[in-house]
Design a protein around this ligand. Structure first.
Ligand code: SAH
Length: 404
């Protein structure tokens, strides 16, 4: 149940310089290789302090920097600043958040919704902040970050002057940190639906109840790309509230938007009306069944989008997930008309780029089609993928053509 937060005392808002963690040589080496996480097994001396910021020393007690400390998490320490003497006051948070906000300046002309903070990708571990027009949705995903909630809020208010800030602190990551999962209004008011304009397509995001923070912002540029190449008869599998379908409807003759969720499709229908779009058919079905049946019926599509949910939620489920990805891609390839295009994506972090490409190669071989790789695609500017932090990159996409 959502509730308004009580004002928190500000006593935790700066680091406790007396609290220290000592880490092993292996832990220190991770930081040297550009990855901000140190796992519990590499912490030699645990800080005698509650969750928050601590100074980190190597095994010869030389200072390495300041990190967020999460006492119950497997990820014990997340590097914030390699200057061990820095003070994490409001000015520090303002400065760090300003860098993140300024990185998004080039998007101003194309959308009113974007990710302002992509956690480790913006050197603010475990913080997500998405902007929907004049409102912000934040996720504080570690115990170490929690004490800085009011500094973060103050900086965001100063930087973007939002009308309201909602905390969608309902992600599973919070449970691993020993934190409650809840949705709380942090500032002002946030409407149930917010109109997003994305490359001149309009849709309603649902910040309180929608998936993630209310919409899937990470596919924005891929949707535009698909719109540029779409034609003829198009199929958007896993359509959610219709974002790909709406873009394709501007270029294709007729579009099928398919999802297994009636709620998602109801919103997709509203979004189609919002854009005065009349060439989308909405189909409530399981994508696996639908693709198999259409293939059996010998149908053809000129453009297909596959944007499924993360089939691999953990490393252990990767083999099963690979079967699922293989299955839908194989069927989609067989359904393409000659010269037809498939945009296919995976947002499972555990399925890395080599896995993704290997799966597509296998599906292409098994489909019997000659599939041409036209483009490899990934995350947009507002979801920075840092090469030394693989966890910051999770979205993979490929534009494929059925050459014959
Ligand atoms: N393409 C969307 C995001 C897709 S999210 C966008 O760009 O905004 C994944 C969607 O897949 C969800 O809406 C979920 O309801 C749907 N889904 C999950 N499993 C499914 C299945 N087996 N068949 C059809 N849809 C499914």
């Amino acid at each position: 149940m959502a509730r308004r937060r009580n004002k928190q005392p500000d006593s935790n808002a700066t680091q406790r310089s007396d609290a220290v963690a000592v880490v092993s040589a292996r832990g220190a080496a991770r930081w040297q290789r550009g990855h901000p996480w140190i796992f519990r097994s590499d912490v030699r001396e645990i800080p005698g302090a509650p969750a928050g910021a601590v100074r980190v020393l190597d095994d010869r007690r030389r200072p390495l920097g300041i990190a967020l400390w999460s006492p119950v998490s497997e990820i014990s320490l997340r590097l914030l600043d390699s200057d061990p003497d820095v003070t994490l006051d409001d000015a520090w948070w303002f400065q760090r958040l300003r860098q993140a906000v300024e990185r998004r300046t080039p998007l101003a002309g194309t959308t009113n919704a974007c990710r302002l903070v992509h956690g480790e990708g913006d050197a603010i571990p475990s913080l997500v902040c998405d902007r929907y027009d004049r409102w912000l949705v934040v996720q504080i995903n570690s115990a170490g970050l929690e004490p800085f909630r009011s500094s973060i809020l103050a900086a965001l208010l100063a930087l973007v002057q939002p009308l309201g800030v909602l905390a969608r602190n309902d992600a599973t990551a919070r449970a691993r940190e020993g934190l409650p999962r809840e949705t709380t209004l942090e500032y002002g008011d946030v409407p149930r639906e917010i109109e997003v304009n994305e490359h001149d397509v309009r849709y309603l995001a649902a910040p309180w109840t929608g998936q993630k923070t209310g919409a899937f912002l990470d596919q924005r540029e891929n949707r535009l790309r698909v719109r540029e190449v779409a034609s003829g008869r198009a199929l958007d599998c896993f359509a959610y509230h219709g974002s790909f379908a709406l873009h394709m409807a501007m270029a294709a003759g007729q579009v099928v938007a398919l999802d297994s969720s009636a709620d998602a499709l109801a919103r997709a229908r509203n979004n189609a009306s919002l854009n005065s779009t009349e060439n989308i058919d909405f189909v409530e079905a399981d994508a696996f069944d639908y693709l198999r049946e259409r293939e059996r019926a010998g149908e053809r599509f000129d453009t297909i989008v596959l944007d499924p949910p993360a089939f691999a939620k953990t490393r252990a489920t990767l083999p099963t997930a690979l079967n699922g990805y293989h299955e839908i891609n194989l069927r989609a390839m067989r359904l393409l008309a000659t010269g037809g295009l498939l945009f296919t994506a995976s947002c499972s972090y555990h399925l890395n780029k080599p896995h993704f490409l290997g799966m597509l190669e296998d599906a292409a071989r098994d489909s019997g089609r000659r599939m041409v790789l036209r483009e490899l695609r990934g995350q947009p500017l507002d979801h920075p993928e840092v090469l030394t932090i693989p966890e910051t990159g999770y979205l993979k996409g490929a534009l494929l053509e059925a050459a014959d």
